[in-house]
Design a protein. Structure first.
Ligand SMILES: *[C@@H]1O[C@H](CO)[C@@H](O)[C@H](O)[C@H]1NC(C)=O
Length: 239
């Protein structure tokens, strides 16, 4: 009797985990394929592009070369062997023939392009001069996650580093969504830096992530206990 109850318990736990994994991966959703026009591949940015932001004028800023601590050793060595550098690419939807080109960084004391591993990106448009502000999640190689703030200088296609945001509440970040200058949401994606432990964090329903509100140097966790929150975006009215 006791043994049957025990087997029953194990079986229902397995079912629960399988069901959780199934819905977490979105396997229960069905998508209609929809193309707004002719599709073609943008070449030149082959590794780890996870996010992009597009201005109203059709200028796209695309992060490339993503890596973070809890990725597998195999992935880290792939990135190293291919000598993949973290970069932000520019692509103009109004001039697709130009393709994507990597933006240069202006020299800065507070930012080292060698350790740059960009992930989520959000932008604040400057309609007058085109000097858009970019906020980018940086999984600093061998360092702590932070958010970089750049100004795009359109005349020379360069990024000027303005400052960075760091905080003890930052875990492994994923994405940012700007409300106004120096005020943004950031998703705290994963708790564990170890690949092995993060596998459990992915597979088991343990909600160790959350949503942060960063306001200048002040960081508050506004939503607690989320399970691996990924992208974050605002509605058009920013509410
Ligand atoms: C943020 O960065 C500064 C400058 O590198 C450093 O002194 C400080 O300890 C960092 N804070 C956290 C919470 O990592």
């Amino acid at each position: 009797m006791l043994r049957q109850a025990f087997y029953g318990l194990i079986l229902s736990m397995i079912f629960y985990l399988l069901f959780h994994g199934y819905t977490k991966l979105g396997l229960n959703y069905h998508f209609k394929k929809h193309y707004p026009g002719e599709c073609r591949q943008v070449t030149g940015l082959d590794y780890g592009s996870e996010d992009m932001e597009v201005t109203q004028d059709g200028l796209a800023f695309i992060t490339s070369g993503m890596d973070y601590s809890s990725n597998s050793e195999k992935y880290h060595s792939f990135i190293r062997e291919k000598n993949i550098r973290g970069t932000i690419f520019l692509y103009d939807f109004k001039n697709p023939k130009l393709g994507a080109s990597a933006l240069r960084f202006q020299p800065s004391k507070t930012f080292d392009p060698e350790t740059f591993q960009p992930h989520g990106i959000s932008l604040l448009e400057d309609k007058a001069k085109g000097e858009h502000l970019l906020y980018v999640v940086n999984h600093v190689r061998h360092g702590k996650d932070r958010v970089e703030k750049f100004k795009f200088i359109p005349r020379v296609n360069e990024l000027q580093h303005l400052r960075f945001f760091n905080d003890s509440k930052f875990l492994i970040l994923n994405d940012v969504a700007l409300i106004s200058e120096d005020k943004f949401y950031a998703s705290n994606y994963l708790f564990f830096e170890s690949h092995f432990l993060s596998l459990f964090e992915h597979l088991l329903p343990i909600p160790l992530g959350g949503l942060l509100l960063v306001d200048g140097n002040h960081v508050t966790e506004i939503v607690k206990s989320l399970h691996g929150p990924n992208g974050v975006i605002l509605s058009k009215d920013k509410r």
